[in-house]
Each structure stands twice: as structure tokens, then as C-alpha cells.
Write a new protein. Sequence first.
Length: 227
Amino acid sequence: MIHAPIGESYRGGRWTGGLSLASADADARTRALDEAELALYIARRIPAAVFVVHLGLPRWQRSEPGDARDGARRSVEALAALAAPLGLNIYLEPMPWTDVRDFTQAAHLVDRAGQPNSGVLIDPIHFDRAGNHAGQIAAVPAARLAYLQFCDAPAERPADLAGLLHQARAERLPPGEGGLDLRGILAATPADAPLSLEIPMRSRGLPAHERALTALQATQRFIARTP
């Protein structure tokens, strides 16, 4: 798995020169598509099977009034067409602080684009924090849900955007240690879908290999206990 670029550079812990595949500005959207196309070829060389896309900039990075759903759809169509001969699938990852903020919005865009190599990525923390629930998943064809990210988090949602961002970027929990409806998500998605573990745990202060082992072992225990 590889992500489409979301900025032109990363400095001082922040992305700068935001790239939006859903921009209402045609030139800005073309620039983002050009960068994403370069990343597609990198993904092919790795090789990766999944290319993850965020549509729209975070609200605080926008220099224009808003992002365009029609532009987002055209970007999905263009990326899927570029990805198909490379053997790559395009997956939209909605996040609650962007314009395409939730599962149903992303699924609608994928459906409108109509590209067979595109789908929706469920990341449990974003899925829950955007107000989605497992009962909504059945409306989307299983072929559009062939890849998942996995983590846990406290059931109580953060009270503000700063808390939401901090938890998502730095303080997730291994599966089974929080209160997200992980079993509901697993029951509603294809049993053979790969799980990508995205579980930052900054406050635990563990070396990278120990974080990875903690995440893996917790996930294995959780799946073993899941009917």
C-alpha cells in the first residue's frame, strides 16, 4: 500500500504546499494528479497493490472556499484509468476533517466514478469519528471493500478537532483495547480482505519493532476471539 501525495513537502512536522485531488481549481487539481501519477509508478515498482487516496484538503489548509465533488469524481476516474494497466487499485480513505469526510460520501463517489479498480478504505477510527456504523457497510458491494486498515480507540469521541487529530495521528490502541465496533466492521466486510495495521502509540515510548510486535500480537488475539 502507498498513499497519494498530500503535500509538496514535509517540514517541521507539517505538510506544506497542500495537494488536493478534489480542488475546485483546475490547475491545482491537475498539479495534484501529476504528483499522484508519479506516486503510482513508485507503487508499481515496490510493488504495491493498493493506492490510497485522500480527497480534499484539511479545512485549515484550504486557500479556496471549498472542494468540488465533480472534480473529486474526475480525479478518481483519472487515477483509476492510470492505475489499471499498472495492476493497482485505487482506494478512497475518507477522514472527518476533509470534504470527503465519511464512508457514505466516499462510497457514493466511487459508485459515480464507476471504475472497477476503485473502492473505499475503512479505517475504524475515521469510520467511527465521522459517525458511520457497521450497518451502512452492506450497501456497498464487497468488491469495493477488498482492503482495510485496522486499529482500536476509546469509545468516547474527542470533544474537539485538536483531540481528534491527536488521537488519530499519535494515540490509537491495539485491537481489543478500545471500544470501536471492530467485530461489526469485520462481519460486514470480506473475510479475505487484507488488514493493514495503522496503530500509532506515541505515549508508550516503544521502539518501532516493539510497536509493530504489540500491534501484530494484539490483532492476532483479537481475530482469534472473533467468530
